[in-house]
Ligand binder design. Structure first.
Ligand code: UDX
Length: 479
């Protein structure tokens, strides 16, 4: 089939590469000629400047100029195309609604080209990026406005997680196709012929609106599950005496109905999807007059999680951040990416600055450039000048009074020896990812250690909790 992928970001580029592996003739189109030149070069370093995904550059090298073509002008390719995949970024507005400006511009451009076709073969326009329920219908209206003939619209949402885009595209859990006619389902079955009757891949055919809603439901449920562990699991282990987080997790998730994914407690889930999608679903349901209490609570729990360890450091460890130097390890929203969108580190840094820290010493194995772009902007808060950037963990720790571990990079696992070498007690370790299982050796040497899900209750607090629950006699009653 002849396929045009519109938009070559994180969604579009891996999708185009994997479609071309399946033997389709794929044109990856983007309005940004710099991106197109980078992909066309075939050089990994150039490609990864825009989309950094394991296996992507190799996949592009395999099919480029045979089945996969890059272009910033698709007018000439529209004539005989079978399918368009809309992979345009749809950023959030402040009120949670979705900014469709780029999407609409692309849709009108394509409609203009399609209206000029001499060939009137069936063409299907498929929404791949996450868009509000009803957007496929909007696309249909745009095509009608331009008087495009013989077309169908469909929704085929993307479920990929960052860092796994190529493997995930080659072997997805499910392919969801929302369309209106058997003719369009058939066209998409040809696009995805390798998945249609696959034993392990669910191939779901439904309406465009249901497909759009599946994407929001999926991401919102995942965030709800993470927030259950962060907002309930971690609190149980932190606040009730002698409850061990790791054992709690193993014991609960041993039930085959309960997933281990999502049970890794953290300082909040970030990334470009979860926060945006839950806010968008809240907005869409509110517009429809529905209550969204659960979703709002999940969103709030996740946002609170990004700074609550700093509050715990003040209240539980009696740490005063004013004029202190704090090292921050990990800036990306998760390991193996340089993406800082909605990252917990962004909120932690803002919270630390608002508490009067003298300086912040930052380190991340991949996200240093992204961080500098974010915090160097002269129009942003001048307090960001207090952030310095370092090449190693050791260097970031030097001269600091506390460290905040924000991302689950493997190199942060078991940092106790590095900490002991770099800094002396009194020193506070705040661990947002439970990266230091042997923390007791640090505590024995006089360091303070505070972790998400870490039951570091002082003995007197532990007794207070037990008495509050009627489990030990009140101290005065003992007398
Ligand atoms: C997510 C969805 O997984 C994917 O299906 C959707 O298409 C896009 O959004 P992604 O944003 O790449 O993918 O990140 P994901 O790996 O899901 O992690 C999101 C956040 O949750 C990260 O900050 C991660 O560290 C955190 N997380 C994940 C936890 O805190 N605990 C966990 O157990 C799992």
């Amino acid at each position: 089939m002849k396929i045009i992928v519109v938009g070559t970001g994180f969604v579009g580029l891996p999708h185009a590469a994997v479609l071309s592996e399946a033997g389709h003739e794929v044109y990856a189109y983007d309005i940004d000629p710099k991106k197109i030149a980078a992909y066309q070069s075939g050089e990994a370093a150039q490609i990864e400047r825009y989309v950094n995904e394991p296996g992507l550059a190799a996949a592009i090298a395999e099919t480029k100029d045979h089945y996969l073509f890059f272009t910033s002008d698709i007018s000439s390719q529209c004539e005989d195309a079978d399918v368009f995949f809309m992979c345009i970024n749809t950023p959030p507005n402040r009120d949670g609604s979705t900014d469709l400006t780029y999407y609409l511009k692309a849709a009108h451009d394509i409609a203009g080209f399609l209206a000029q076709r001499k060939n009137q073969n069936r063409v299907v326009l498929v929404n791949k990026s996450t868009v509000p329920v009803g957007t496929a219908r909007l696309l249909e209206r745009i095509m009608h406005e331009h008087d495009v003939q013989n077309f169908g619209v469909a929704s085929n949402p993307e479920f990929l997680a960052q860092g796994n885009a190529i493997d995930g595209s080659r072997r997805p859990d499910r392919v969801v196709v929302g369309a209106d006619t058997e003719e369009d389902y058939k066209i998409l079955r040809r696009v995805y012929s390798q998945f249609v009757n696959h034993v392990r891949i669910k191939y779901v055919e439904t309406t465009p609106e249901t497909a759009e809603a599946i994407k929001y439901m999926g991401n919102t449920l995942l965030l709800t599950y993470i927030s259950f562990w962060n907002g309930v699991g971690a609190r149980v282990a932190e606040s009730l005496p002698n409850v061990r987080m790791e054992d709690l997790k193993i014991g609960v998730t041993a039930d085959t109905r309960i997933s281990t994914w999502g049970s890794y407690v953290s300082n909040g889930a970030g990334g470009s999807c979860f926060g945006k999608d839950i806010q968008s679903l809240i907005y869409q349901l509110n517009q429809a007059g529905c209550s969204t209490d659960l979703l709002q609570a999940v969103y709030n729990i996740n946002e609170y999680q990004k700074t609550y360890l700093i509050d715990r450091a003040i209240h539980e460890a009696n740490f005063n951040f004013n004029q202190k130097t704090v090292a921050i390890l990990g800036l990306a929203f998760k390991k193996r990416t340089n993406d800082m969108r909605d990252s917990a580190a962004l909120k932690a840094v803002e919270s630390l600055l608002s508490k009067g820290v003298k300086s912040i010493r930052a380190y991340d194995p991949l996200a240093m450039e992204a961080a500098q772009q974010h915090w160097f902007n002269p129009n942003k808060n001048y307090l960001f000048e207090r952030i310095s950037y370092h090449d190693t963990v050791q260097e970031a720790l030097e001269g600091s009074d506390a460290v905040y571990i924000s991302t689950d990079w493997e190199e942060f696992r078991g940092l106790s020896r590095t900490i002991e070498k770099a800094v002396e007690p009194p020193y506070l370790v705040i661990d947002g990812r439970r990266m230091i299982p042997d923390y007791q050796s640090l505590v024995d040497k006089g360091y303070q250690y505070l972790a998400v899900g870490g039951a570091l209750l002082e003995p007197e607090m532990e007794t207070a909790v037990l008495s509050a629950n009627g489990l030990v006699p009140e101290p005065e009653k003992q007398a």
